[in-house]
Design a protein around this ligand. Structure first.
Ligand SMILES: [Fe+2]
Ligand SMILES: [Fe+2]
Length: 262
């Protein structure tokens, strides 16, 4: 497990790297545009959230565990998500398509988030959405021949794997601090939340998943594997180490594509 300072250093360094060649022309075909546009607009909107509710939850949590550095780290994490939104927005501008201001999924998600100040809720939510994002951006990348859009997707994919690790380490700390009897019920709640959310994501973005080579059963299988690798790993983590020990582990910024999210 890395400390908040180590994650801060990682995010600060990673934000300095530009992996996208913006001099490439956008070459989306009419067919590709028809397939991906609405979905891409929705993700663009989702990635541009100001993160104020997450920061609010982070502040309360950081005070409770006496780790003031955690909030600064969260701020950089949010900046990286906003970078994804800005890049997708820039691409939409280049192809002459609007950035949307409203979307049913985003509105629903924002409403749920607004009333929540629990770091646990936030962490499970972010892990769930990030797992879906990995498969989504890989599908978007595979659904087009446009090199610029592929580079934008690659950049997001490079960022997302550490995002999941960052949140997973936090969830381990939160989960391991619970008494074993509560852990069983909690795990069921995480599971229910994860699988119901990814079902909604499928229905909202199935065109892109399918265009990227994922039918429903493939999508479900990959997302189940991702569940096992992230939230499903909590039990082992619990047995392996005590709740609040932080062993510094160096984290390197990855300049190349690290994860395809498969
Ligand atoms: Fe993102
Ligand atoms: Fe992310």
């Amino acid at each position: 497990m890395r400390t908040s300072e180590q994650w801060f250093d990682y995010f600060r360094e990673n934000l300095r790297i530009n992996r996208i060649n913006w001099s490439l022309p956008p070459t989306l075909t009419e067919q590709e545009l028809h397939t991906v546009l609405h979905s891409m607009q929705a993700w663009q909107l989702g990635e541009t959230s100001d993160g104020s509710n997450l920061i609010r939850a982070g502040r309360i949590y950081a005070a409770k565990i006496n780790d003031p550095f955690y909030v600064s780290t969260l701020e950089l994490f949010i900046k990286e998500e906003q970078k994804h939104g800005n890049n997708l927005g820039r691409f939409l501008d280049m192809i002459g398509q609007p950035r949307i201001k409203k979307n049913w999924g985003d509105t629903l998600f924002r409403k749920i988030r607004h009333f929540n100040t629990s770091m646990e809720f936030w962490t499970v939510t972010v892990i769930t959405v990030e797992n879906a994002a990995q498969l989504y951006y890989q599908s978007l990348k595979d659904a087009t021949r446009c090199e610029l859009l592929k580079e934008i997707c690659t950049d997001i994919l490079v960022d997302e794997a550490p995002h999941i690790r960052f949140q997973q380490e936090r969830l381990e700390v939160i989960f391991n601090a619970k008494p074993p009897r509560t852990q069983r019920v909690t795990r069921l709640a995480y599971r229910f939340f994860y699988f119901s959310t990814i079902l909604v994501v499928w229905f909202a973005h199935k065109r892109v998943f399918k265009a990227g080579g994922n039918n429903f059963s493939k999508y479900w299988r990959k997302m189940t594997l991702k569940y096992r690798k992230t939230i499903g790993m909590l039990k082992r983590a619990n047995l392996a180490k005590p709740a609040t020990v932080c062993t510094p582990v160096p984290l390197k910024v990855n300049h190349k594509l690290e994860c395809h999210g498969q």
